[in-house]
Design a protein. Sequence first.
Length: 490
Amino acid sequence: MMGQPNQLEPKLFYHGVSLERRMPNDDPLRKIKQFVDFDFIRSQVADSYGTNGNQSVDPAVILKLMFLLFYENVKSERALMRKLPLRMDWLWFCDYDLDEDTPDHSVLSKARRRWGTEVFESFFMNILEQCINAGLVDGETIYIDSSTIDANADIDKVRPQLRKVSEELIDKLEEFIEPQHSKPCEDNVEQEKLEKRVNPVDPDARIGRKYGKSTLGYKDHRVVDDKHGVITSTITTPANTRDDKVLKQAVRTHQARTATKTRTVTADKIYGTIENYKFLHNKGSRACISHQRYGSKQIGKFSHDMFKYDKRDDCFICPAGQKLLRYDHKKPTDSHWRYRAERKVCEQCKFFSQCVTSKTWGRQVVRNVDVEYIEWADSCLQRFERKRLMARRKYKAEGSFADAANNYGFKRARWRGLDKMQMQNLMIAAIQNMGKLLRYSGLDNRLTAIATSIKAFFKRIGRVLRRLFSIHAGYERILSYQRAKPAYSG
């Protein structure tokens, strides 16, 4: 028989309603509340509040709300506070009751401005220290990578920054009075133009390249540990920051936080500069980083790799067997030696049209002054080990960014400004590390217990087999005795 329509009649009083009993034991928020200490923030931000005036919302509750903003991937703080009274698990997590008033969304923005990035840095470090104490961080092999984040601003509304333009005009006027001998490098002219173009809504965001297109935003540079993929460092920069300029800071931060010496640093080709090789060589670390190849890669052209360097005579040998001697007119600021062949020698070669592109000189090849560091980086690891580490980097470092983008809204900026973007990246990285902590916590102890039980099982099997072998040997001795005994003849 079909039941009657359910008509809800609100009650004046509800007896025996408990959020604690309604929360499942296996709910993730219950585990997070058990493992993570949010109360540390009270002592850290105590100096940010006065002694008079209205009483503020508990800082631990504000931190929990900011945590839920990223953990549940809510689009904005307004949407979070609208959903808060409707979610009993959120109310229980933030220590609110069903009939208790929830704060306004402006409380979160005011707290962010008052606290600064140090609070979020401390929250990230608390989670990281728990991961280190749980044995989830090895620290010796790390992966470094970056990802671009779209700013909460329109790239079409970027305009020149008037303050920098005025400073440039003043500098030009001073040049007429006191002529300057040094001029800016031509390679940096375009970069300086981009530096002067900003969006008035988000002045800290810069224009960078992403997937072959220009984008206005920021970059998050991460250091990911090899053992379980724990993020040990996150550095936020404008989108026009070159990745190779952040490697030194990333390695130093990782070593300071984990108190370990990094043995192997793995990154893609964009980090393969001589400055980074020098840094890793002096640190005693191995570099699993490819470097840029010189020379043309077009079909029909002889690339730089086809010219063999002769260390004894300090020259290059071309594919036709001719020597390219060093051209001594080198400026003190140059970082390369130039090796050239005479024009008349190259004109007599049958590969002249395929090799020489200059109209005045013969073939020229450059060699870096610090090329020994490149050779050192190439010889740090065997080829199969390089392939293994680069394959692990794909799902350790790049997988970390993919998880952040798919589950925690990493690819879009919720707030504006470099400091606030650093807060966002720290919160997302801390949440990802928290997931590793809840998943792998106590894994080593469980594996040790399993290994001990397997060892005891095989030990018992060994005792049984030895007993069977001894019984079999005794049976064989009896049979051999029976065969050797002479037959009785009546």
